[in-house]
Write a protein that binds this ligand. Structure first.
Ligand SMILES: *Cc1c(COP(=O)(O)O)cnc(C)c1O
Length: 383
């Protein structure tokens, strides 16, 4: 099985909403295609209004938004962050590159999100932040996590890469912690190739976030006429995307409801047609707590064991369908082992990683294609 091969039913297919190229043309014709142009501003306003957030700053990726958060928290050698092992590398790496040690916490077996009951026992004098990851666009137990953060005076940075336009207790993911990070990577719900946003919910970080994003200078203030010359003030880097990228993204964000509706339809169809297999005990479907509204980012199954999961991947690949497992536990990666972690440190994560399978999921997946995927799964599991 190779990722390079073309499958007739691929895992992901980026789709356009119609206005992308028109907006890119407008951006080019505006005469300013570097960062913080016309369309960047439009994206900021749309995100801020729609998600009721104080400040959104487009970035070149979610990884970079997370790096910005580490700079904002002044992360240095010897600091610790609380993070699930069941996540994408960037959640931990964005802090690791500044010298922090990721302290891995296991996940809940139902939502596959960080187990809030296991956080407190991992907090030490060196802990600086908790990084909940909203897996599959389903919210972590944020009320409990914020309580813990208040008790120990920690910052909460939401990795909402997969959670754009999803909610927890009525609040949009990314708007709940001190800071949040979104991804607009091609594989996410709303896309621009490579891109992200840093969400700033705490006034304390407003000014420095702009400076860090503009190479450590106050260039943003100069643009707005709030200062007359710009200079080097802080650590920083170049985290702002070209306005051409923002133009593409704006077309996607404007169609957020349409995209979500399409994904909801696909999601419900998987649930309906796979439920019989769940009732027979052959698979387990995702769980969405009542306080959460998902954005239908991805659809996964949990198989009874690794052998059945791996056989199913091959069975589907033979039928020209690409289904994928997800993370390898970070605590068991070469870096995790180097940090001293070992098998058994996060047992739920280790178990889930062996048994999870993500099904093809994209806005243009047809009913016929989806039926073929579902029938193929049935055939494989029921023999
Ligand atoms: C996709 C993803 C990222 C990285 O996003 P980029 O925009 O590609 O940097 C980080 N964390 C999680 C949980 C993700 O799913």
């Amino acid at each position: 099985m190779s990722l390079k091969k073309k499958y007739s039913i691929p895992f992901n297919k980026p789709s356009l909403t119609g206005q992308e190229l028109k907006y890119i043309k407008e951006s080019v014709e505006s005469g300013k295609i570097s960062g913080d142009g016309l369309f960047t501003e439009k994206c900021h306003e749309l995100l801020q209004n729609r998600f009721k957030i104080k400040k959104a700053l487009l970035t070149t990726s979610c990884t970079h938004a997370l790096e910005m958060s580490a700079l904002l928290l002044n992360i240095k050698q010897g600091d610790e962050i609380i993070v699930p092992s069941f996540t994408f590398v960037s959640t931990a790496n964005a802090y690791y590159i500044f010298g922090a040690r990721p302290v891995f916490v296991d996940i809940r077996p139902d939502t596959l999100n960080i187990d809030e009951k296991k956080i407190e026992q991992k907090i030490t004098k060196r802990t600086k932040a908790i990084l909940p990851v909203h897996y599959a666009g389903i919210g972590c137990e944020m009320d409990r996590i914020l309580d813990i953060a208040r008790k120990y005076d920690l910052k909460v940075v939401e990795d909402a890469a997969q959670g754009v336009n999803a909610r927890y207790s009525g609040k949009y993911l990314g708007s709940i912690g001190h800071l949040g990070a979104y991804s607009f990577h091609e594989t996410k719900n709303f896309i621009c190739g490579e891109g992200g946003a840093l969400i700033i919910n705490d006034d304390e970080f407003m000014e420095r976030a702009e400076i860090i994003r503009e190479k450590g200078t106050n260039r943003s203030q100069v643009f707005r006429g709030e200062a007359d010359k710009y200079t080097w003030l802080d650590r920083g880097s170049s985290y702002l995307p070209s306005d051409i990228v923002a133009a593409f993204l704006f077309a996607q964000l404007q169609k957020m409801d349409d995209i979500t509706k399409k994904r909801n339809h696909i999601y419900q169809r998987y649930v309906e047609r796979l439920s019989p297999l769940e009732n027979e005990g052959l698979i387990k479907l995702p769980y969405i707590p009542p306080c959460c509204e998902t954005n239908f980012h991805l659809f996964y199954l949990l198989l009874p064991n690794k052998k059945i999961r791996d056989d199913l991947i091959v069975f589907l690949a033979d039928r020209d369908i690409l289904a994928l497992f997800h993370y390898l536990p970070l605590h068991l990666s070469p870096i995790g082992l180097q940090l001293g972690y070992a098998v058994g440190d996060c047992p739920v994560t280790e178990d889930v990683c062996d048994r999870l399978l993500r099904l093809p999921f994209y806005n243009t997946l047809t009913e016929e294609e989806q039926n073929y995927v579902i029938d193929s799964i049935s055939k494989c599991l029921k023999g």
